[in-house]
Design a protein around this ligand. Sequence first.
Ligand code: TXA
Ligand code: MG
Length: 353
Amino acid sequence: MKEQQMTNFWSVENNVDNLLESPEILEAAQLLKHNEVVAFPTETVYGLGGNAQSDIAIERIFNAKGRPSDNPLIVHVSKREDVLDYVNQTTEVSERLMDAFWPGPLTLIFEHNETLSKKVTAGLSTVGIRVPDDPVALAVIEASGCPIAAPSANTSGRPSPTTAAHVEEDLSGKIAGIVDGGSTGVGLESTVVDCTGVVPMILRPGGITKEQLEEVVGEVAVDPSLMEEKEAPRSPGMKYTHYAPKAEMTLVHGSDAFFQQQIDQAVEEGLTVGILVPKEKDERFTGAVRTEVCGEAGQIESVARELYGALRRFDSGESIDVIFAQTVGEASLGQAVMNRLRKAAGNRVIVEE
Ligand code: TXA
Ligand code: MG
């Protein structure tokens, strides 16, 4: 058994303008300076931060999460200029993307200059960096005075945390502190874009959509492994089953009648069924012992925002055997939502003929 640690818990209002002087932020930053690890909100999901130049801090992150060490971390900085301290060069494409989307849910991959801990980059020649769009995150980073490596603040394999309570559930007793700044806005992680080549490539769909990127830089490629199972992903993290609830989840592509058939069939087989549905369909189906509502149909932002919380709810309370969820359209944020749903479902999709 690993030793338990006292986890500080600080609540901060994110709409005050002197965050940099708030004692909670300063305490969290002080711990980061001393290579402890601290969770804080970003606009996407909560991150588990540590000094990106300290091997000790980065080891603490990997240990607390139980994360495989070949999966590199994203480095968070509070202003765009700081990127130049850690990378060899920026490209025209990356400049345009930083101008358009930072601060925001976009992580860019650069060739690094070897000033960060090798454990952050998992030995790769590249590093992912972003400026988050959240006043609490920016204040924590700024006050720490370090580049902050921060993966999502969940136990590896569980849905990413969108509230401080989710972080507590997974990491209490394993990290130095949690800064509670309320629920995160986007609800899914940042888009990871490799801009080391001529054509930028999406390695992980996320908060900034392909359509938004294309408006700024023209053609954008998508890592073929995101489309086809056979290819090895270029973003190491994408090969792991992520975001998975404990019950086996299956996606259903088809009509409501077809969805009801899947529930009926499972019930007939003696299975207890949970379903994940948008608000409008809360009462539409029968036979499920658990119904978790996730966003509103036709409002993909709300589905994205509530997805991880809904997946986590399936893991608490009365246990179920299987979960069914309907697929969503893949336009705009739908691409990221479907990517996370497929992962949560271990790629099980039933399609109506
Ligand atoms: O929204 C986010 O990005 C959140 C918040 C906390 O900022 N962070 C996050 O980090 O999602 P994490 O560690 O859960 O996911 C990082 C992803 C992984 O899929 C990882 O493989 C990929 O980024 N990644 C990091 N560095 C990379 C690199 N040099 N090349 C390719 N992929 C990289
Ligand atoms: Mg993660």
